[in-house]
Design a protein around this ligand. Structure first.
Ligand code: AMP
Ligand code: GLY
Length: 424
């Protein structure tokens, strides 16, 4: 099978790594990919925001299956475009992608179908939002309605922070049109977990639960990022809680989509807040999480192409999906200043000796290659994933690999998987 993978981050490096293990893969192209994906396929210089060019490529090069990694092309309708031309593509249509591309849409759906989530109000008028915030008082959570690369959310501990967030989103227009509308949410306390699920529109199958670490600094301090590290499986989600989440959140979400006439084929990402034995939805996404993909995919034993095909053919319910009993820990190494402003173009040293090891995988993200050398080229530069029997040894393995990689300004969290299930 000839596969075209769209995207360029750590998630796509993990997808390329996993797809390359499929006995059914004949040839993999990645658009545009990164130096890490080039180990598993051929990078091509087409970008995510050029759906017509990607379609032309898929047709000319006889691609059997296109896989979309990130949310932006899904929200822009790339799946609809490919399907109109009878080309096979994995991911939800534009209408279904609204689950992620409009927080208001997601909130309304949850409210209508009694799916547990934080109370909220949506606003298009900043004055009304500010009045509401002053009236309610902190803590509150302020979210840009549209896509903002994981950075459009402010957890405000004070009213002043919430006011500043509204100003940043609606007045300074930091996230452009994604901030024309905002959601102001009730603050939820507890522990977070992510459950990714394969969905074919008729049935839905959860993957192993994982845990992301969004704030930039240790102890959950500092602004939110796209994710600074992850581990799986998340011990917080035991059997009972998993069942409860399936009954109160995962199945009801599929039923809600069906009732709205939305045929969802792809990945649904459930971002959850667990308080005691209760789970609420923080957010939905419509693709693999990043860095979650970098810990969940290495534990997946089943052929990913088989699963993608089962989804497209609505045969997911008959597909056996099996998982390794290992643990996986991923530490993200980021550019100095990320998630704020940062410089790029610094050489990265220490990658070569790690690529040989079986239980440590380097997934590249914001990197580029120049004359055989790898340089930094983005905020999240790479993810170091280690695999092992127990969290402690796996975490040590990940951090010892991190210690061997260097680039100017590099920073990472030092507390990923320190106390799995009891993180701060
Ligand atoms: P989101 O992109 O909506 O998942 O938000 C990003 C992060 O902000 C989440 O992973 C949480 O850490 C935090 N967050 C979002 N909503 C809430 C909430 N209602 N209460 C507390 N924290 C939240
Ligand atoms: N790690 C969070 C996300 O992928 O949205």
């Amino acid at each position: 099978m000839r596969v075209l993978l769209i995207g360029r981050g750590g998630r796509e490096n993990a997808l390329a790594w996993k797809l390359s293990q499929s006995s059914r893969l004949e040839k993999l192209f990645v658009a545009p990919g990164n130096p890490g994906t080039a180990e598993f396929g051929e990078n091509i210089s087409l970008i995510e925001s050029e759906p017509q060019a990607l379609l032309d490529f898929a047709r000319q090069r006889e691609i059997d299956l296109t896989v979309v990694g990130p949310e932006a092309p899904l929200a822009a309708g790339i799946v609809d475009l490919f399907q109109e031309q009878n080309l096979k593509i994995f991911g939800p249509q534009q209408r279904a992608a609204r689950l992620e591309s409009s927080k208001t849409f997601a909130k309304q759906l949850m409210q209508k179908y009694d799916i547990p989530t934080a109370g909220y109000q949506s606003f298009t008028d900043p004055e009304k939002a500010l009045d509401y915030i002053k009236d309610r008082g902190a803590p509150l959570v302020v979210k840009a309605d549209g896509l903002a690369a994981g950075k459009g959310v402010t957890v405000a501990e004070t009213t002043a922070e919430a006011v500043a967030a509204v100003e940043k989103i609606m007045i300074e227009e930091k996230f452009g049109r994604a901030g024309e509308k905002i959601v102001v949410e009730e603050y939820l306390s507890g522990q977070e977990a992510t459950i990714l699920a394969f969905c074919d529109g008729r049935s839905i199958k959860p993957m192993l639960p994982s845990r992301d670490h969004k704030p930039v600094y240790d102890g959950g301090k500092g602004p939110n990022t796209g994710g600074m590290g992850a581990y799986a499986p998340a011990p917080l989600v035991g059997e009972d809680l998993q069942q409860k989440i399936e009954n109160t959140i995962i199945s009801p979400t599929l039923k809600a989509l069906q009732a709205e006439g939305i045929d969802f084929k792809g990945i649904i990402y459930f971002g959850l807040m667990i308080t005691g034995d209760q789970a609420k939805v923080l957010e939905y996404n419509v693709r693999f999480g990043d860095p979650e993909a970098q810990v969940v995919l290495p534990l997946l034993e089943t052929d990913l192409i088989d699963i993608f095909e089962a989804v497209l053919e609505e045969k997911l319910s008959g597909e056996e999906i099996s998982w390794s009993s290992n643990k996986a820990v991923c530490v993200i190494m980021a550019s100095g200043g990320y998630p704020g402003e940062y410089k790029t173009g610094y050489p990265i040293t220490g990658l070569e000796k790690l690529t040989q090891q079986q239980d440590t995988i380097i997934f590249q993200a914001g990197t580029e290659e120049r004359e055989g050398e790898i340089f930094t080229a983005g905020g999240r530069v790479l993810g170091v994933t280690a695999l092992g029997d127990r969290f402690q040894e796996t975490r040590d393995r990940a951090y010892s690999a991190v210690a061997g990689i260097n680039f100017q300004g590099s920073h990472h969290r030092t507390d990923i998987a320190e106390r799995p299930g009891k993180d701060i």
